[in-house]
Design a protein around this ligand. Structure first.
Ligand code: NDP
Ligand code: GDR
Length: 344
């Protein structure tokens, strides 16, 4: 039986990946950090929290000794490092914490593997945020990096350390450069889920208006459940490498807003520009969206669009779910959760 260790198992990707590997008969160790209130709602949502093949184990990414003990105890064949301070906006306010968790944290795991067992396969959750300021469109594994946030910089360090441990010590260390991927399990602070959750609340009469930041930025959004399968395939490949996972389609935040309101039966129209822009209901003129400058970032990543052809040819991986389908999936889930009064 294969043994996998997933850090960040309480997050969106960690929960989907645990589900994927359990379905394939893996023994899964899910590492989570200690918090004053347990945070297993995603595992419960997927119905895997009580699966006897899933063992939840406390671990903090910032602690080297803890990394060594974790690897020693679990004896995994595969380690998926998904834990991170993953919110770009917060990284501007907490750059040092972000560097420690998101940048140095993965090196603790790489060191533990180097010390204990170099046959362990390692996956690092790298990101399209490393491309940052646009150097080329679409972005692929050879596009130069130019991160635009403390989060992007921290991830770039971890990415290069992954490459370095691969080249220096022969460790099967792979870096997945994933573009934005969303789902009903997305945290509510990220823009797609913030939008579908707010539109659901507006539809149910629980909210009047949504507040957002920059509507002009473009993102390549895919479905998280499909992206975790790409991670799994990367660790089954014959050689460690770096791979982009993306849809190769890009849309603005405004497009996603229109899509979500449309799926809920609203016809949202826009007037004004930048901080004065509003979105209003075309049928009755009611304001449905306002811009709040507090959601703008000090430096922005304007345009992401990934070229996943390498993953297509080497891993036979392809994003299947369209953005319209994804938006509807998330909206339906938020309508259901909000009508039941759920708190997540
Ligand atoms: P989430 O924010 O949903 O999950 C992050 C996880 O990391 C949570 O389980 C969190 O725990 C855990 N964590 C945070 N700090 C620590 C710490 N100090 N020690 C141990 N665990 C910690 O992220 P996603 O699931 O969306 O993303 C997974 C990974 O992929 C992240 O590394 C992210 O940066 C990266 N990524 C994500 C993309 C996306 O579009 N989703 C795209 C590209 C990369 P807790 O629940 O306690 O907060
Ligand atoms: P991102 O995702 O920064 O791409 O990082 P997020 O959903 O936070 O932002 C996407 C874009 O939307 C703009 N935006 C807003 N964002 C948020 N969160 N809230 C708002 O109100 C708002 N208004 C406009 C942002 O400025 C941004 O341009 C995500 C994370 O999952 C990272 O961990 C991951 O590495 C990258 O995706 C790929």
């Amino acid at each position: 039986m294969k043994v996998a260790l997933i850090t960040g198992v309480t997050g969106q990707d960690g929960a989907y990946l645990a589900q994927n590997l359990l379905e394939r008969g893996y023994l899964v160790y899910g590492a989570y950090r200690r918090t004053s209130t347990v945070n297993f709602w995603r595992l419960e949502f997927l119905g895997i929290d009580k699966n006897p093949q899933l063992h939840l184990i406390e671990y903090d990414l910032t602690d080297l000794g803890s990394a060594i003990r974790l690897i020693e105890f679990c004896k995994p064949n595969e380690v998926y490092n998904l834990a991170a301070q993953s919110f770009v906006g917060v990284s501007f306010d907490q750059p040092v914490t972000t560097a420690e968790i998101t940048g140095i944290g993965p090196v603790h795991l790489l060191e533990a593997i180097r010390i204990l067992d170099r046959n362990i396969r390692f996956y690092q959750a790298s990101t399209s945020e490393m491309f940052g300021k646009v150097q080329a469109v679409p972005q692929n594994e050879n596009t130069p990096f130019y991160p635009r946030s403390p989060y992007g910089v921290a991830k770039l360090y971890a990415h290069w350390m992954t490459v370095n441990y691969r080249e220096s010590y022969g460790i099967f260390a792979t870096s997945g450069i994933l573009f934005n991927h969303e789902s009903p399990l997305r945290g509510r602070e990220f823009v797609t889920r913030k939008i579908t959750d707010s539109v659901a609340k507006i539809k149910l009469g629980l909210l009047d208006c949504i507040e957002l930041g920059n509507l002009d930025v473009k993102r390549d959004w895919g479905y998280a459940k499909e992206y975790v399968e790409g991670m799994r395939r990367m660790l089954q490949a014959s050689e460690p490498d770096s791979f982009v996972l993306a849809t190769n389609r890009t849309e603005t935040v405004r497009d996603f807003v229109i899509m979500a309101f449309k799926a809920a039966g609203f016809d949202i129209l826009f007037r004004g520009e930048n901080e004065n822009e509003i979105g209003y209901d075309g049928s009755n003129g009611k304001v449905l969206l306002r811009i709040n400058p507090k959601f703008y970032r000090p430096a922005e990543v304007e345009l992401l669009m990934g070229d996943p052809s390498k993953a297509r040819s080497a891993l036979d991986w392809k994003a299947e779910t369209s953005l319209e389908q994804l938006c509807k999936l998330m909206l339906d889930s938020d309508l259901k959760r909000n009508s039941l009064g759920a708190s997540f």
